[in-house]
Design a protein around this ligand. Structure first.
Ligand code: CP3
Length: 344
């Protein structure tokens, strides 16, 4: 018998399903006691990312506990800058730190040669997960979009105002575009390698797309994303690409139409009815429950989830959050949400 197509992939091909397939950004991680135990055994977060068996285990933990329709590979967007030659470490309680890239010569020194070799443990983890997943569950690979990666690489970590990265982009366009070019190439290679290892679909996280000034949106968000989609289509024509340009408000429609992504993941600021009217005609939509409501639980969670399903379930739709699961989220709230979606 031919294996049935996974529900997530059916929606990405344009089918409307009821119940909607569901997975959650940051569904693996610190809110799960089993993740904290696994991480405690291995040492740091990065050690976990580079240990294929453990990374595969962290990927599968939420699937076993909650039964989502997709697993997202346990890894991090900042492994790509590290594989390009930047030093990366995590300050306990503060988040990521990177050695900074601020000049054209420094961008030129970033090397794509050998990148997929250095990231081989990620692909081995993907292959291990693909082998272990139930037939109906999809594996999602991912990467950070060039602009979002550039913010971390130039600022040296998270940023409050993105002053350095914005100044460089404006003052030295040729130098900064060199950085973006390297990231287009690195990201395309990394996503293609995850697909080759068994990922059924990939998601591009443009977490900081919403801080780009309007005049630079095309150059810093649209064009790099479109180039990555084109490169992937050339070698992997059937690989669905989900775009998540967080916080772009009125520009979501343009992003969807002009980048060529297969599906659009939207944040919680977009009203579900507006998404149904203006974005779903362009293709499958994914989102967009506020992670704070998943943390809150109870009636507020149910109401918001029901409103999203009512507005979006008639057309191709994947239930997700508007951003990642917050670390304080009680796992029982996730159980409750999945049960509600399955009943819908
Ligand atoms: O479950 C999943 O979604 C898969 C794994 C995943 C992680 N990071 C694991 C992680 C994914 C898809 C990411 C993406 C990622 N990483 C993004 C884009 C999405 C988003 O949330 O905006 C960004 C910006 C990063 C960079 C990053 N990694 C930051 C800023 C931090 C520190 C803040 C934090 O939440 O801890 C990380 C660390 C990180 N990435 C953890 C996990 C599970 C926490 C590590 C730990 O303490 O164990």
């Amino acid at each position: 018998m031919k294996p049935a197509i996974k529900p997530l992939l059916r929606v990405l091909r344009g089918e409307s399903l009821k119940p909607s397939p569901v997975w959650l950004m940051r569904q693996a991680g610190r809110y799960l006691p089993e993740y904290r135990a696994l991480r405690g055994k291995l040492g740091g977060f990065l050690d976990l990312c580079y240990a294929p068996e453990a990374a595969a285990e962290a990927t599968l933990q939420p699937i076993r506990r909650f039964g989502m329709d997709a697993a997202i590979l346990f890894s991090d967007i900042l492994l790509v800058p590290q594989a390009l030659g930047q030093k990366l470490w995590f300050e306990p309680g503060e988040g990521p730190r990177l050695t900074r890239v601020r000049r054209a010569e420094e961008a030129a020194a970033l090397r794509c040669e050998g990148l997929v070799q250095r990231l081989d443990p990620v692909y081995r983890a993907a292959a291990l997960v693909a082998k272990q997943l139930d037939q109906g569950v999809a594996l999602i690979g991912f990467a950070g979009a060039p602009w979002t990666l550039a913010t971390y690489m130039v600022e040296g970590g998270p940023s409050a105002n993105f002053a350095a990265v914005k100044a460089w982009a404006e003052e030295d366009p040729a130098g900064f575009d060199l950085l973006i070019d390297r990231l287009v190439e690195a990201t395309s290679l990394h996503l293609a390698a995850q697909a080759d290892a068994g990922a059924d679909a990939v998601q591009l996280f443009d977490t900081w797309a919403g801080v780009v000034p309007a005049a630079q949106f095309e150059r810093l968000v649209l064009n790099p994303t479109r180039r990555i989609v084109e490169r992937l289509r050339a070698t992997h024509p059937n690989l669905p690409v989900i775009g998540f340009p967080r916080g772009i408000g009125l520009l979501y429609g343009r992003y969807f139409a002009e980048t060529g992504v297969t599906a659009l993941s939207i944040d919680a600021t977009i009203a579900p009815s507006v998404a149904a009217e203006t974005l779903q005609p362009l293709g499958p939509v994914q989102g967009n429950l506020d992670p704070a409501l998943l943390l809150a639980g109870g009636e507020a969670l149910d109401r918001a989830a029901i409103a999203i399903l009512a507005a979006l379930q008639k057309r191709p739709f994947i239930f997700n959050l508007g951003h990642g699961v917050l670390p304080e989220t009680p796992p029982e709230h996730v159980t409750r949400l999945i049960a509600l979606i399955r009943r819908a």
